[in-house]
Design a protein around this ligand. Structure first.
Ligand code: IVH
Length: 675
């Protein structure tokens, strides 16, 4: 290779690496696998070794990828947050141990841990309290995400165990367990939102959210793997981690001290398969020299320590050909592209289809029909296309273009600002949306109506017996029994199932309506916040938004739904058929920021009626009392508060909280529960 060619290729590689780093660390939307990324990086390393004059201080071989964003305050790391050299073969691990042995003059003890696939975090404690949580950033400075990290239950906010260090830094990996991730994605899909591609992306995206309340609702976990500080309890990594565990930090049980490299290699092969049984994603093993003194002797390169290395397991990938793309319209109108592939064997199953998520994903990949694509099985069940082999693309290949019109009804598609998905707004007449809504209504998680599944709904629809969910309750036995695939028995079953559903829990009925962005959890919140559907229908957007975890996106969607006379008509026909839409007589047992508080409401309020305010308090876990007494926790004070109540409050020293302060209290849940 000539110097000029090397310079050009190095420039190209740096551009590519910078772009993929940005996609991985900032956008949380990587399009190539870690393995592919490491190949680019090692090509650049090789060029820089042959032509050292091409090395620049800002080369990605000299610096770690950065996750810094503009939204967060930045904080300096007291100890740089380095990355690890990646290897994919046992011989690289042996080479590493040789380098270590030469550097130290003896073979040290190693510690093997799994490499958790999440986002790294640096926690600083002072006087036993968590004072900051900072992402890796560019290794020197990171984003200060303390407010978000405080919501993770397994991270102690205070260290109380006797003998614990009071000031130190501890680092670890924040992740989302696989099953929680799947439940979270199912919930997103049920709300008509785009799913996350894998648990790592979900964790990385969550930790950078601007609203800690949403972060609190996400199932984040953390494993701690590195203790740093002035007077550490032990002179080696393993014992320090054990000490941290005894102070209340969550560390993995899977950690092993190995004498010599043979123990390390045995750990690698044992966990290659066993790691798949774990509840969280891991992508390799981290091998660390145990003694801190030996670590100091070996030191660091610009980017990573010489005393540790990451061995990565090959990810499960396969190459195949893209045949066509279906644009599927879901019940909320969301249009999802799904790739049809030449069948290929991947991790023991034959794969014919892969998710493409949304139009951005198609553009990022620059996908063309007939492309040779690499598919990968990540945390999710449906594999995804991670890469296109451009060298095999034919000149005549046609780009995959996301349609402008709904493939089912021809209506122009809409994409709301800030949302990744296109959807068909023809809510009333787009066939898959109508049948999809009815199928959703009868589905297991909604009203769970026996005898009615997708096929029967299609049958009823194609025979013009139903046009919406209310029609189900006006079906007659003879209409059902006369249908081809049904008979007397099925007809009776269906009618019995429909009858039973009339008394299903209120929140399930709200969920069953299929309001955009109202998944199971939101439906429960709405049902707890409004005693019946009429109160919800007439509520103002601000009142809806004052419920925990409800923002303008959801309140707008709810308001839009009830503003449609067809929906109101459906609800009144459901009611006429005997369906009730109300919660049970309220028990004050909801869990929330006001759990355990007894609250008196007095006077009148700007944003709420008194009844609405009481509903809100109950939804947030509080108990309403009619009069002020020694057990009153506080009084929500409106204008024209009664003088008797005021005097009693003063006498008993009970705090008055005005409307704005009260709203703040329930909005800041779960951070401010100190009242
Ligand atoms: S130790 C000097 N231990 O891998 C680096 N890192 O590629 C010390 N990671 O930034 C890191 N599991 O986010 C260490 N058991 C483990 C790990 C681990 C995952 C991540 C971490 C680090 C990245 C390096």
């Amino acid at each position: 290779m000539k110097l000029a060619d090397a310079r050009e290729r190095a420039g190209e590689l740096r551009r590519l690496i910078a772009e993929h780093n940005h996609r991985y660390y900032v956008l949380n939307q990587p399009v190539i696998s870690d393995f592919e990324f490491d190949i680019l990086l090692s090509e650049l390393e090789t060029i820089e070794k042959i032509f050292p004059e091409l090395i620049t201080p800002d080369s990605p071989t000299m610096r770690v990828g950065s996750d810094l964003t503009e939204e967060f305050r930045q904080a300096q790391h007291r100890w740089p947050m380095l990355s690890l050299g990646n290897t994919y073969s046992e011989s690289d691990v042996t080479d590493f141990s040789e380098r270590v042995r030469k550097g130290l003059g003896y073979e040290p003890e190693y510690v093997c841990e799994l490499k958790y696939d999440g986002v790294s975090i640096s926690l600083t404690y002072e006087a036993g309290r968590l004072i900051s949580a900072v992402t890796r950033g560019d290794g020197t400075r990171g984003d200060d995400v303390t407010m978000n990290v405080r919501t993770i239950r397994s991270i102690p906010l205070r260290i109380t165990s006797p003998g614990a260090l009071s000031s130190f830094t501890i680092r670890g990996e924040i992740y989302i367990p696989r099953s929680e991730f799947e439940a979270m994605n199912a919930e997103r899909l049920s709300r008509g939102e785009a799913p996350f591609a894998n648990p790592r992306n979900a964790a990385a995206g969550t930790i950078k959210l601007l609203d800690p309340k949403i972060v609190a609702s996400r199932p984040l976990e953390c494993f701690l793997y590195n203790l740093l500080g002035e007077h550490l309890p032990a002179d080696n990594h393993f014992d320090n981690l054990m000490a941290a565990r005894s102070w209340g930090f969550r560390t993995s049980e899977i950690i092993e001290r190995c004498t010599g490299i043979s123990g390390v290699l045995a750990f690698l092969s044992r966990w290659e398969n066993e790691r798949k049984q774990l509840t969280y994603d891991t992508d390799g093993v981290v091998i660390k020299v145990n003694s801190l003194e030996a670590q100091r002797m070996l030191g660091n390169t610009a980017k990573s320590p010489r005393w540790a290395i990451a061995y990565k397991y090959a990810s499960e990938q396969a190459g195949t050909e893209l045949i066509s793309v279906d644009f599927q319209v879901g019940r909320t109108g969301n249009v999802t592209p799904v790739a049809n592939l030449m069948p290929v064997l991947l991790a023991g199953t034959t794969v014919k289809r892969a998710s493409l998520h949304n139009s951005d994903q198609i553009d990022i990949l620059g996908l063309c029909y007939g492309d040779r694509v690499i598919i990968e099985k990540g945390g999710e069940i449906i594999p995804k296309i991670v890469e296109v082999d451009l060298s095999l693309r034919k000149d005549s290949a046609a780009r995959v273009v996301f349609p402008n019109e709904c493939p089912e009804c021809g209506t122009a598609l809409v994409r709301n600002e800030g949302e990744a998905n296109h959807y068909c707004p023809n809510y009333l007449h787009c066939p898959p949306q109508i049948t999809g809504r009815i199928v959703h209504f009868v589905s297991r998680k909604a009203l769970d109506i026996e005898g009615l599944g997708e096929e029967t709904i299609e049958l009823l629809w194609s025979n013009s017996l139903i046009h919406n969910v209310a029609d189900l309750y006006y079906l007659r036995h003879e209409q059902l029994a006369a249908l081809d695939r049904l008979g007397n028995k099925s007809a009776s079953n269906i009618l019995a199932g429909l009858n039973k559903s009339l008394t299903a829990p209120y929140h399930r009925k709200l969920f069953a309506l299929g309001i955009r962005h109202v998944g199971e959890t939101v439906a429960k919140t709405l049902a707890a916040g409004f005693p019946n559907i009429d109160a919800l229908i007439s509520a103002d957007a601000e009142v809806i938004e004052s419920l925990p975890d409800i923002g303008p996106r959801i309140s707008t969607s709810v308001k839009e739904y009830f503003a449609d006379p067809d929906n109101i008509e459906i609800i009144s026909r459901l009611k006429a058929a005997g369906m009730t839409f109300e919660g049970p007589a309220r028990e004050m047992t909801a869990k929330g920021p006001l759990s355990g508080k007894t609250i008196v409401v007095s006077g009148s309020f700007q944003n709420f009626t008194r009844e609405e305010l009481k509903s809100l308090i109950e939804a947030a876990g509080g108990k309403i009392a009619g009069s002020v007494s020694g057990s009153t926790s506080f009084i929500v004070e409106g204008s024209e508060m009664g003088p008797a109540k005021r005097a009693k409050a003063a006498e008993l020293g009970i705090k008055l909280v005005n409307e704005a302060e009260f709203l703040k209290m329930i909005k800041e849940w779960p951070l401010d529960t100190t009242m």
